[in-house]
Every structure is written in structure tokens, then in C-alpha cells.
Design a protein around this ligand. Sequence first.
Ligand SMILES: [Cu+2]
Length: 132
Amino acid sequence: MRLLRSRILLVLIPLCLAAALLAAACGSDSKSSGPPAGSVGTAVAQQSVPANAPLIDEDNLQFKPGKLTVDAGQVVYFKNSETAIHNVEIDGGNKSPDMKKGEIFSYRFNTAGTYKITCEYHPQMHSTITVK
Ligand SMILES: [Cu+2]
């Protein structure tokens, strides 16, 4: 019985440590929010766009604005504001999931350069993001 209890503790202690580390990693530093570097995030209806964050709106079968400049490391938000389904392709890759009306997709641009933003479903939709 005593042996069993110490075994349970051996399992529980690392679990608690992992939970504490996860909680710390989820701190509310704005630089650490959003997806990690270069990863494709998810389109989430409940997600909100932080105040003053760079935002590209998907409306009237257009990305608005058609040009956007951000600093390296910034997260850019894309919001679908209409009933047409859109997605976000970054230089032809790094595709977002399909986005329904009201859904938001975010992507962290960590590397300076010029990125072409397109929608797989509407070839007329394009924008350019310059990362400084
Ligand atoms: Cu589209």
C-alpha cells in the first residue's frame, strides 16, 4: 500500500510541474500571444483581434488593405467579414483553414521580406505584406 502511494506521487508530481510550466508559458505578454514563429494558426470564431493589431479584412471578395507593412515578429490577423468562404495562403503555402464569416486567422511573421497573400478560392483576392 505504501509502495503504491509513493508510485502515485511519482506520477502526480511531474504532472503538476508540467501544468505549472504550461500555465507560465501561457502568460499574457503580448509578444508571446498568437501563434509561434512561422506556424499556421487556426481560424477561430471566438478569437478577437487585439486593439491596434495589424488586420486584413476579407470583404467583397477582396483583402483590405491590399498592402500592409509590419515589423518582424508581429502577428497579423485576417478576418472573414462576409458569407463567402475564404482562406489565406502565404506565398502559395502556409494555408489557413477555411474561414467562415466572423472567423479570424492569425499568423506571426518573424522574417523580413515581402509576402504575397492570396485566397485559394478567389484568384482576384490578393494583398502584400511587407515585414521589416
Ligand atoms: Cu476567398
